[in-house]
Design a protein. Structure first.
Length: 286
């Protein structure tokens, strides 16, 4: 007598239900932590300004040397009301934009030539490496002889200050690209222009954005010096005029304007970098 043993069929596993609501939203705790970190960044500036205000009001800081922040803000409100601050600010922005466009455009061109072509590296990079050892702000006496003391001097200083960070980061960004990626693109049939667009440009963009951020800071620093040499308008001229009349709060206001301009331009560039390089995953602070 033969006994046949039948195996029981395995029970069907129910398929997971699909959620029509799309991807899950970020956890509330993560959003709360991010908001908390943003507020934490304001603690130190608020404490510093509060201590500065208290020291000035109690007489620990001489008001003619370091006025209270409230006096600086009052001077800014007064100059904004009569339009003086706007006139000087627009002239400074115009000089910075023109100088950054000239210096940055030339740096991009030469950096790309030196990074992509061997003959460009041999002809362009050595003199640039030599010139970068010279402090461009120390060239003011020579630039006065060459271009005079007018607008050309201010724009030339800004262009020189913004040239070197963009050039070196463009050059390094191109040279740091893995050559195997370029060879793989050539193997896939991409032409030279297509390789530049799809391989070289995305690979060099992180370094290029870093160069732009450094160049903007150098541009504002150069403008501070340039606008104190025979200027008739600009934030630097406003500060020098205030020094003649011992208006320390206006001098501090000019420094604050320069700092805010640098901070806002850097913030705008960081936002553009985050959106342009959304594919890049970097280390996040914990």
């Amino acid at each position: 007598m033969t006994t046949t043993t039948r195996m029981a069929a395995p029970a069907a596993v129910p398929a997971p239900a699909l959620d029509d609501a799309g991807p899950a939203a970020p956890a509330p705790g993560r959003r709360t932590g991010s908001s908390r970190r943003r507020w934490q960044r304001l603690i130190t500036p608020v404490v510093l300004f509060a201590g500065w205000e208290a020291a000035a009001r109690t007489g620990l800081l001489p008001p003619h040397k370091l006025p209270a922040p409230s006096d600086v803000l009052a001077a800014g409100w007064r100059l904004s009301g009569d339009g003086t601050l706007a006139v000087h600010l627009l002239d400074s922005l115009q000089r910075a934009a023109i100088g950054l466009a000239i210096g940055g455009g030339l740096a991009l061109l030469l950096g790309a030539v030196a990074g992509l072509l061997r003959i460009g590296d041999d002809l362009v990079d050595p003199p640039v490496q030599m010139a970068r050892m010279l402090p461009h702000l120390g060239l003011v006496p020579l630039l006065i002889i060459w271009v005079g003391i007018g607008e050309e001097l201010k724009i030339t200083l800004v262009a020189l200050g913004s040239f070197f960070p963009i050039y070196f980061n463009t050059y390094a960004g191109i040279r740091d690209i893995d050559e195997r990626l370029v060879e793989a693109a050539r193997t896939c049939g991409l032409g030279q222009l297509a390789r530049l667009r799809h391989v070289v440009l995305p690979g060099a963009l992180p370094s290029l954005f870093l160069g732009l951020r450094l160049a903007i800071g150098a541009a504002w620093l150069s403008l501070v010096v340039g606008e104190q040499v025979n200027a008739q308008t600009g934030i630097g001229f406003l500060m020098m005029e205030a020094r003649e009349f011992a208006q320390t709060e206006v001098v501090l206001l000019g420094l604050l304007v320069y700092a805010l301009l640098g901070l806002l331009s850097d913030l705008a560039l960081r936002i553009a970098e985050r959106r342009t390089l959304s594919w890049r995953r970097g280390l996040q602070a914990r």
